[in-house]
Write a protein of this length. Structure first.
Length: 421
């Protein structure tokens, strides 16, 4: 498949994009809004730099980099795009009025072409591996330089790229520079045909996550408002359908040992908020919804974190964390976020999107891999029982974050070189 065939196929399935937005809109009201941005028909201003994230995780990683760019280049105009409402919320929270923000259009040729013509960036930074053939084509056609920052590439993703070399190789080879998270990712890019000279191993920006004191203070206030300072609390963060029941079963086991224990269940996607509440109620457990400030009483067993942009705060309000998308074949989410606030972390076996980070945390004693509700319950109970073991795991996570900082400076150096050239 080449780009022309890819573009033709996208045009053929374009009606399904409308269906997709309608279906997502029924489940999450945020998908009912701003459709013009999805199709590249919003009126936008020309800016010097385009920076594209995906969702909340990539946006949180990008925020320190964007702030450093703003400090070094105060007159630089910036457009930041995301694809999800959670990512959009983080951009607006961090940069309201400071940057131009919209959703990245679907990769239909006419959408991408119109978008690039309007924004007309001189330079573009794309976070992680959010690569779209038409977007890259029109950026390069316009003369923009493109940096793939904080680039990760799992073996599964690399295998998928290998299957369509006619489409993917020209796109990858047109990138001006790649800031890889790891040596493994760099090797996979080279194996795909990227010139080694265009790749710099910089580490992951996720290690440079800055937890502001205001967020820690807000978490302490939150826990106090629940009257739960003395209650054992664990967070099931970024969980997906298929994992809800597993979390409930694990918590029921924990409650047998710790009857006052509280689980904070945070679905990955907003359209799953109601489903999560329904699962908890079907299990006969008392639930409070964070979004409507339900009262958390001594009898409340589960809080559903059905708000956007609060996951880090919820982690900071708890004692332990499970990171979802790992007990189903999803690839997982960022385990560094709970580790950064000193929580022992647990994940399932399907964490290929964060293999290197997971292995590092596991090797240092900050993380354990579990494969069932029983295994999860056992490690949670063990940590609640073992105060010394808890402190060792907690400190190990913080040390991993501290010892692996530096990616921000390395990646900013590449950005600085691009902006000056």
């Amino acid at each position: 498949m080449n780009r022309s065939l890819y573009s033709a196929l996208l045009y053929l399935i374009s009606p399904l994009l409308m269906v997709y937005l309608i279906v997502r809109g029924f489940k999450s009201p945020d998908y009912r809004r701003r459709w013009g941005e999805r199709f590249g028909i919003k009126r936008l201003q020309q800016t010097d730099l385009l920076l594209h994230c995906v969702s909340m995780g990539e946006t949180l990683a990008a925020i320190p980099l964007i702030k450093q760019i703003q400090t070094a280049y105060p007159n630089l105009s910036i457009t930041v795009t995301t694809t999800s409402p959670t990512g959009s919320a983080e951009v607006l929270r961090a940069f309201a009025g400071q940057v131009q923000h919209c959703y990245l259009p679907f990769d239909l040729a006419w959408c991408s072409k119109r978008f690039v013509q309007q924004v007309a960036p001189k330079n573009c930074i794309i976070m992680e591996t959010e690569l779209w053939p038409n977007l890259i084509h029109y950026l390069k056609h316009s003369g923009a330089k493109v940096l793939l920052a904080n680039a990760r590439l799992s073996q599964k993703s690399a295998d998928a790229y290998h299957k369509r070399p006619g489409l993917n190789l020209p796109m990858l080879q047109s990138l001006d520079a790649i800031a890889a998270q790891s040596e493994q990712a760099a090797a996979r890019f080279i194996d795909l045909g990227v010139t080694a000279d265009n790749i710099t191993v910089c580490g992951s920006l996720k290690f440079d996550l800055n937890i502001e004191q205001a967020r820690i203070d807000a978490a302490l206030v939150m826990r106090k408002s629940w009257n739960a300072q003395q209650r054992p609390i664990w967070v099931a963060g970024s969980v997906h359908p298929g994992e809800f029941d597993i979390m409930i079963q694990a918590h029921q086991r924990v409650l047998q040992q710790y009857p006052t224990a509280l689980m904070v269940l945070v679905p990955r996607h907003p359209e799953q908020f109601d489903a999560a509440v329904a699962v908890v109620k079907a299990a006969g457990m008392l639930v409070a919804r964070r979004s409507i400030n339900d009262e958390v009483t001594a009898q409340t067993q589960v809080i559903v974190g059905d708000t956007m942009g609060e996951l880090l705060t919820l982690y900071a309000a708890a004692d332990q964390a499970f990171v979802g998308g790992t007990l189903i074949e999803n690839g997982g989410h960022n385990p560094l976020e709970p580790a950064a606030v000193g929580l022992p972390v647990f994940v399932g076996p399907h964490h290929w999107d964060f293999n290197e980070i997971t292995a590092l945390l596991q090797r240092e004693g900050a993380l354990q891999v579990v494969n069932s509700s029983d295994a999860l319950a056992q490690v949670l109970i063990s940590m609640f029982n073992d105060k010394q073991g808890y402190q060792v795991a907690s400190e190990a996570g913080r040390q991993v974050m501290l010892q692996n900082r530096g990616a921000l400076e390395k990646q900013f150096a590449l950005v600085d070189l691009m902006l000056k050239s």
